[in-house]
Design a protein around this ligand. Sequence first.
Ligand SMILES: Nc1ncnc2c1ncn2[C@@H]1O[C@H](COP(=O)(O)OP(=O)(O)O)[C@@H](O)[C@H]1O
Ligand SMILES: [Mg+2]
Length: 221
Amino acid sequence: MLMQLKKITKVFGTDIAEVRALKGIDLEVDAGAFTAVSGPSGSGKSTLLNIIGLLDDATSGEYYFDGEKIDNSNEQHINHLRAFDLGFIFQDFNLLPVLTAQENVEMSALSSISNAQERKAQAQHFLEQVGLEDKMNAFPNQLSGGQQQRVSVARSLMGESKLILADEPTANLDSENTLKLIELMRKLNQDLGTAFLFSTHDERLLAKVNNTIKLLDGEIV
Ligand SMILES: Nc1ncnc2c1ncn2[C@@H]1O[C@H](COP(=O)(O)OP(=O)(O)O)[C@@H](O)[C@H]1O
Ligand SMILES: [Mg+2]
């Protein structure tokens, strides 16, 4: 088992404005898994992926990665997991407009790969893996949405991530690019053994996965 959540809760706000976004989530993800999280808007998909991706803290519960319990006060452990083991793909790509595709990918590994040559080589390698060998020096605004999302997939692989979290990665893509992106994630999953956990409410995407977790009102149903 790669990661495990036990009774994870998340409460936003306080008192009258309190929102219980996650109400005790138990979840296990194996190494090399390809798993979808589905559920309507507001069901807690982003909150769940943000917690697993260490972009946000849970209110209560336990989180284990590679058998080790994550302690929110252990910054060294958290930074290490962020730098090496976890990758994140965002709905709106989140590329820096002033950097080229290659620089965007390299940037994400500034803290994990100290050798600049090695960083560059790994960025080029992953850009080739996602089929962008001829777009390495293009800026985001010179790329299509599908290409920008592939840059962000390459970025998420830097540091040789074990688990990629993708929050509605196809929400801003047309249907052709949606299918291409799913096929790409599936291929990387098979070739590299990287586990993927992605949220979606796209039926075409859900049809491609054998493992789907359904969320409703902050609970797995
Ligand atoms: N930063 C926040 N502050 C307050 N409420 C939030 C915040 N983020 C999410 N929520 C609430 O938590 C619930 C789950 O949201 P979210 O995880 O974004 O769901 P989904 O991604 O499935 O649409 C919703 O009721 C949402 O309004
Ligand atoms: Mg969301």
